[in-house]
Design a protein around this ligand. Structure first.
Ligand code: FAD
Ligand code: NDP
Length: 521
């Protein structure tokens, strides 16, 4: 049988299955109630769009509502949600721009003749224009894709009128009522502002930075989570003075040894840190610059300094307010997030939630997408597969990147006890750092494992170049039950930094020096 005929047969079978599913659902809804749609998704971001497209692929009739309220300084964007407009994508592009700046200087050490190196400078407006052009092209492709896939896209702000009716408030304030058998809430979140005078009036957030018209200049980044470190990192790399204000610890929830190494590596790059402090006021000066005052959270000592920009990265709040969930009887809400069961179901059985809006799960694009797809399959193709939120790999795109999967050292010790956990670790020297003589002081990795038997790997942590690329495959290995025995019996790819995981010979317990003598020992 030719490949084409197998493909045709499979495609025909899939179509028949989808038609059967659709017919079954149509019959069941016809006997109970008739709704305009099988599914309404409120929120057209990573999770909502993935869910909607998968539902249509399984024969459902679907509408997606998406609406962006402008930021306090008026920034707004198109369809696609946080990731493509004001999140992962513009962030990665700016991170890349900043890394390229460093590479220009490194290139000279490899023999590239670059004239007047000291004058090499990033052009903020050209950069934001290029980033925004890409974002707009993604918005356009998203709209075309939705049209091609027959997902009805409605540019309106959704709220519940009753458990099966959603009202879309359009730009011109007119209202459109829609009914559906099932409803998925995928509204994500927006940045918070601290409770300090002048913060909202004069501050910006990650929602503004990627399209900011004037260059940011000397910037105070408030918050030391993912967004704070990433923004401070690319701003410094682009040539701006950047300071991170840390309220308590850096990268809460992450392995704290690794978090502190990330912070130290940022200090080495010239990024300033103000520790244990919160902003108390932001005042605009006559010259337009900002006088920012703060106080130390332990000593109450105060401080202040003039900055051009203050960027708040103090966490994100879930967008439950506009939804009027009470009209639908949804009560499973906690701290502006929606509490769902393992089926992503709220307390109202036909109303579900996925993505950043759900309580207690990783706020990451691939998580939202995967959960959205699996939910659509459970709703429309008889699947019973639920989302596994454990051991999701992630990367902080700080100047020297940090990626991890699984448990931190402290979490493993808390769960299994220090005597039952073995930590393998080592510093390493990326080959590409040699000629430019880049600092290798912070290139470090560790594996957290059970101590007994074949030593099941509980967590892997890596600081160094292209961390996300390094960690993705190890994420799959951990899902497959990776042990230290397998890891150390894996032949590396030389010369890479990922191979360092296969060479982890030193345990913390041994007390031996984890610094390598040469690159290839
Ligand atoms: P969103 O993508 O936020 O989509 C929700 C959509 O619903 C939005 O368009 C919103 O305007 C709309 N909406 C809200 N309320 C309503 C309503 N009532 N009616 C209609 N529409 C509504 N994740 C990664 O995996 N990797 C990264 O590198 C990464 N970097 C990030 C960088 C930044 C600066 C930020 C802020 C986030 C980053 N994230 C990253 C996180 C990622 O963007 C989110 O996890 C992801 O976008 C969540 O998808 P979602 O579908 O839940 O929500
Ligand atoms: P985080 O929750 O990661 O960090 C918030 C930071 O703000 C913490 O350091 C917190 O300190 C601090 N903070 C909170 N309130 C205040 C305050 N009033 N004053 C000063 N500091 C304060 O949130 P982010 O906004 O950085 O990121 C949100 C989510 O987006 C992340 O959890 C992540 O899932 C996702 N994301 C993913 C990225 C990636 O994959 N690379 C990149 C960016 C975002 P404290 O510890 O004291 O509470």
């Amino acid at each position: 049988m030719s490949i084409l005929s197998i493909w045709n047969k499979n495609a025909t079978l899939t179509l028949i299955r989808r038609s059967e599913n659709y017919l079954k659902r149509s019959l069941s809804s016809a006997t109970s109630h008739s709704y305009q749609y099988d599914l309404i998704v409120i929120g057209g971001g990573s999770g909502g769009l993935a869910c909607a497209k998968e539902a249509v692929a399984n024969g459902a009739k679907v509408a997606v509502l998406d609406f962006v309220k402008p930021t306090p300084i008026g920034t707004k964007w198109g369809v696609g949600g946080t990731c493509v407009n004001v999140g992962c994508i513009p962030k990665k592009l700016m991170h890349q721009a900043s890394i390229l700046g460093e590479s220009i200087h490194e290139a000279a050490t490899y023999g590239w003749e670059i004239p007047e190196q000291q004058n090499v400078k990033a052009n903020w407006s050209k950069l934001t224009e290029a980033v925004q052009n890409h974002v707009k092209s993604v918005n356009w492709v998203t709209k075309v894709d939705l049209r091609d896939k027959k997902v009805e896209y409605i540019n309106g702000l959704g709220y519940f009128k009753d458990p099966h009716t959603v009202v879309a408030v359009m730009k011109n304030k007119s209202e459109k009522e829609l009914t559906a058998q099932n409803i998925v809430i995928a509204v994500g979140g927006r940045p918070r502002y601290p409770d300090a005078p002048g913060a909202i009036e004069h501050g910006i957030t990650s929602d503004d930075i990627f399209s900011l018209e004037k260059e940011p200049g000397k910037t105070l980044v408030v918050g030391a989570g993912y967004i704070g470190l990433e923004c401070a990192g690319f701003l410094k790399g682009l040539g701006y003075d950047a300071t991170v204000m840390v309220r308590s610890i850096v990268l809460r929830g992450f392995d704290q040894q690794m978090a502190n190494i990330v912070a130290d590596s940022m200090v080495e790059k010239g990024i300033n840190f103000i520790h244990k402090a919160i902003v108390t006021s932001v005042e605009k000066q006559k010259d337009g610059r900002l006088l920012i005052s703060w106080k130390n959270t332990e000593t109450n000592e105060t401080g202040s300094e003039i900055y051009d920009t203050v960027l708040f990265a103090v966490g994100r709040k879930g967008l439950v307010e506009d939804l009027k969930l009470e009209n639908a009887g949804v009560t499973s809400i906690a701290d502006d997030k929606i509490v769902v069961n393992e089926q992503e179901q709220t307390n109202v059985p036909h109303i579900f939630a996925v993505g950043d809006i759900i309580k207690g799960k990783p706020e990451l694009t691939p998580v939202a997408i995967h959960a959205g797809r699996l939910l659509a399959r459970r709703m429309f193709s008889g699947s019973s597969q639920i989302m596994d939120y454990a051991d999701v790999a992630t990367t902080v795109f700080s100047p020297l990147e940090y990626a991890c999967v699984g448990m931190s050292e402290e979490r493993a010790i808390e769960k299994y006890g220090a005597d039952n956990v073995e930590v393998y670790h080592g510093f390493y020297k990326p080959t590409e750092f040699f000629i430019p003589q880049k600092s290798v002081r912070y290139c470090y990795l560790k594996a957290v494992a059970e101590r007994s038997g074949d030593q099941k790997v509980l967590g892997l942590h890596y600081i160094g170049p292209v961390a996300g690329e390094v960690m993705q495959g190890f994420g799959a290995a951990i899902k497959s039950g990776l042990t230290m025995k397998i890891l150390l019996n894996t032949v590396g790819i030389h010369p890479t930094t990922a191979e360092e995981f296969t060479r982890l010979a030193i345990t913390k317990r041994s007390g031996l020096d984890p610094t390598p003598a040469t690159c290839c020992s």
